[in-house]
Design a protein around this ligand. Sequence first.
Ligand SMILES: C[S@@+](CC[C@H](N)C(=O)[O-])C[C@H]1O[C@@H](n2cnc3c(N)ncnc32)[C@H](O)[C@@H]1O
Length: 656
Amino acid sequence: MKILDTLQNQLKKEPNYITDNGELKKWVIISKAQSYDPELIELLLEDKDVKDNFFIEVKGALVFNQSKFIHFLEQKNYLNDSYTSYKNKVGLNIDGKYLKQRNEVSLVFPFKDCILEGGQSREEDKREEIFFNEILAQDEITQLLEPKVLTNSKRYTTNGETPLIKFNRNEKGNITDNLIIKGNNLLALHSLKKEFTGKVKLIYIDPPFNTGNDSFKYNDSFNHSTWLTFMRNRLIVSRELLKDDGLIFINIDDIEEAYLKILCDEIYGIENFINIIAVKSSTPSGTKTAHRDKTIIKQKDLILVYKKGGSVLLNPQYTKRDKWDTHYSLLLEKDNNDEYVLNKLVDRLKELQLISINGKLDEVNIDNKEFKEFYLKNADKICRLQSHKNLDADKISRTKKNEVYEHKVDGLSKGLYYNGQVITPLSQGIKRVYSNQKFVNDLAMLLCDFWSDIDFQNTQNEGGVSFPTAKKPETLISRIIELSTNENDIVLDFHLGSGTTCAVAHKMNRQYVGIEQMDYGENDSVKRLVNVINGEQSGVSKAYNWNGGGDFVYFELKKFNQYFIDKITTSNNSDELLIVWDEMKLKSFLNYNVDIKNQEKHIEDYKRLSLVEQKQHLIEILDKNQLYVNLSSMDDEDFNCSDEEIIITKEFYQKK
Ligand SMILES: C[S@@+](CC[C@H](N)C(=O)[O-])C[C@H]1O[C@@H](n2cnc3c(N)ncnc32)[C@H](O)[C@@H]1O
């Protein structure tokens, strides 16, 4: 143990060998040892114990025992490796307790403690995902998740695109800009930690549902575990970004819902589960119904809702009633003595010819213009009788047979009563509801956990971008934002897709952060948000009187080896791959144990591999810690960071 501590202390004297978290960058040290880096050797020689351990004397000359040194570091990695210790235990356990000894339901799946980088960048690509714990040890994963350098940053305003000079911050120093981030969502979330921990009010995500036909194209043979790992990694870090009274809404369907519920119970705590909302997302028609004699056709999406932990205050939402509530059958009027009396509503409606000759309230058309004007104008007079719990009022009112009685306490009115029942005016059931692209006050019902009133059919071109299979209606997102946030709260979506969440947040005056890693070209979220600031009128624009304005900041995570992975993945043949390999030799970071000369020596063998194997091999030899440029490596010349990148990155992380 002693030599490990001594070595660590000695190595930590060199700032370039330490991560932001104060841990050793073993991969850097190992690669420096591979090339007999003079500075490393000098540092090792400074300490007597280290010198005695890793150098041998031959005829008066000191020789660096490179293999022993590297082996030593690797072995220490191995001992720290979380997956290995996980696998080594016989039986599955949580917190060191075997499942058999625990009473709760738990989701245990293979590779649960690994990191799924999930680097797919084009929908059509399929990727055999790398399970990082098979390759990297735990402390190396820490570097994978280190904050990244920002690149290609710009500000979009109504005047177009301008270079980003700085972020806007409030008096507390918090960023107040809307952000659209392009890059791997797991790594982007980790990069947001410093600036956004505990600040986000709402997370809405609409991840791939893992239907088998969607864009979740990783490891078919291990698909279910892969999906759970993918979700788990992202849910854990994103939870940290939530405020204490923050909420997460996860849009999903029944394929993964039950598993996701258990996973979320584990991450959020079962006591923080709020509800699962069922949203009617399609109508049974066309090819969808072809198998109706073999299965039950799916018609709904589900939205899992959790709170972070603190108490939350929701803004209850209402939906428009489509029928008259026949309980409202009375009219409260004053007689000649200025006393309240109750008359029949139907009689008045007949007088005004607003009701059929049958005089049935349930036949009345509530959208009839004249009738609507009548009931909105008379909402305080139209009423129903209901039971109640005010015993005093009950008692007195029963003594005043067939009289309207106003119950007062200390001179203040506590409501009207009639024969022991309370008189409830229609006005209590009139709320702000969404109708014909506008918010209006109308007859309403409280929205609970079943939302059947959202139009999923006509959203194809919302925002001026097309996203045929997966775009969510703006009205769905605006309802979630209304329910759970207030103006200027921060909304986060790390599966941004076509940008619906941010487009709606922008129109509703919420601050937002959107992350997307896929390249959607012409239908990118940036294009949609540019349309929004220019005042596009689809979706919920009319409801929020949206006429354009505002701005947003765009940036990417600076790619390094990910650039090569993208190139390898999209190569069509061996020749293209060989060109990528030539570039990799010059510019990429290869795993420390890859010898380029050996690679070249066996190039003919390599060419004999299938295209898939050739791709797999090239991806395998890349150092996965260097997919994106780490903040701690920004000043390292090898990564070629421009002055602009350095300025904006420092600004973002508030680094001197
Ligand atoms: C259904 S879309 C979200 C659509 C979005 N709500 C909207 O209205 O436009 C699914 C999201 O999951 C992400 N996603 C899908 N497959 C993925 C994969 N294999 N790896 C990483 N992210 C993926 C996509 O990038 C997209 O942002």
